[in-house]
Design a protein around this ligand. Structure first.
Ligand code: CA
Length: 223
């Protein structure tokens, strides 16, 4: 799952990026508001973490610009304790949640999960499609009651397929949605991961190859 982090504080930014990576998130980090707008116009993110004190632009102003551009990605704002008033302006400008610095990384992760879950209409961390189930907090997948031993990238890919079930996604779309800028993607990575997912599930029908177009998770084949 890709997250855009907008934070000019190097120490904090690095801490969040490294910390969230342990929870299997792909975090793309920019330090300026203008770079955030650029990234949001070209890439697909599941969530934005936005610091309100940015060097080139006021975070609240950026928040308004994001919503004015009709980008509905959930936004979690970060604010310092003495800027607590800003949280209200941020929420009024269209943010979905906020956290006051300093915060516990585990709490940040739990809130990210809650926001993304709400955005996808899940009521809890367990997503079940036929005999496939995905535990979004434990980052674990099982099929036919067997836990699948998946790599971080395989899990990320499966998650994107599940969230876009019965929809054909091109290889480029899958790469965009599942991996961040730092994830070096081999040209055949998606094919290899899909091959592995089919093998680990012992089901070659669930993830269909639509020739010349892309891939699709077929929920009928999971029953
Ligand atoms: Ca700042």
């Amino acid at each position: 799952m890709r997250i855009l982090l907008v934070e000019d504080d190097c120490l904090l930014g690095d801490g969040i990026k490294t910390g969230l990576k342990h929870f299997s998130y792909a975090v793309d980090w920019v330090k300026k508001g203008s770079h955030a707008l650029q990234a949001l116009s070209t890439d697909v993110f599941e969530l934005v973490i936005l610091d309100l004190g940015l060097p080139d632009m006021d975070g609240i102003e950026l928040m308004s610009q994001i919503r004015k551009a009709a980008i509905s990605t959930p936004v979690l704002i970060l604010t310092a304790r003495d800027q607590l008033e800003d949280k209200l302006s941020g929420l009024n400008a269209g943010a979905d949640d906020y956290m006051v610095k300093p915060f516990d990384l585990r709490e940040l992760e739990a809130r990210i999960r809650a926001l993304v879950r709400r955005n996808h209409g899940h009521s809890d961390d367990l997503v079940e499609l036929g005999q496939l189930s995905l535990n979004l907090s434990a980052h674990q997948a099982s099929y036919q009651s067997r836990v699948l031993k998946l790599s971080r990238r395989e899990f990320q890919l499966l998650r994107v397929l599940v969230e876009n079930k019965n929809r054909v996604l091109s290889r480029a779309q899958l790469e965009q949605m599942a991996y961040g800028w730092d994830d070096e993607i081999e040209s055949n990575a998606v094919e290899v991961h899909i091959h592995n997912l089919r093998k680990k599930m012992i089901n070659t029908q669930a993830i269909k190859t639509i020739r010349g177009v892309g891939y699709m998770l077929d929920t009928q084949a999971l029953l």
